[in-house]
Design a protein around this ligand. Sequence first.
Ligand code: PGA
Length: 235
Amino acid sequence: MLIAGNWKMYKGPAETAEFCVELKRHAADLEGVDIAVCPPYASLAVAVQILAGTEIAVAAQNVHWEPEGAFTGEVSAPMLRELGVYGAIVGHSERRQLFGETDEGVARRIRAALDAGLSVIACVGETEAEREAGETEDVLRRQVSVLEAEDNLVLAYEPVWAIGTGKTATPEIAQEAHEFVKSLLDVPVLYGGSVKPENAGELLALPDVDGALVGGASLDVESFAAICLNATRPM
Ligand code: PGA
């Protein structure tokens, strides 16, 4: 089980430091769960520093495909490696929807990250309109088709209509989508979209759910730790 906290554009270095110190206090209760926090770029270094020597990993929220170059605003995989970061989220729906990232660009970012030795959480998922139009499987097939199974690759199924909306996929919807995604690519699949302490147990108990990518509820250390605790229990 992997539980990753996607902080999005929240928490500068000072708040990150506070969070990581608190999270470390919970570490003993959370043995056996793989945990990652994904702060904004500006807060990665402090997170790596404070969590050094623990089992809690630090990942970025994106990564560019070139090792360096004239790409204003981008950060490369070797730079993240140098910082001590273990991996990166790639292809989050906010990147796709708000910043125009494409399946091909996402695939290039993932390739470069894996080649540089980073682990990758690659996000896929349909919008509400796509689900209503019966296109969920087509969208997932298209998004997954540019990827190949690799040891350090996990997918996150994040139905866009469930992200930050408080609407969680029902266990039936999540299980069906996870099973489908796994039939396309044989890698672990995390669920993401309004995961919180109250629904984590039910979602993590599904046969094809291998963990969670948590946004809003990962910003509070107690609620993040509570979600991680759900992953320690035999289900
Ligand atoms: P949410 O976000 O948990 O706030 O819905 C999930 C994500 O965007 O990864």
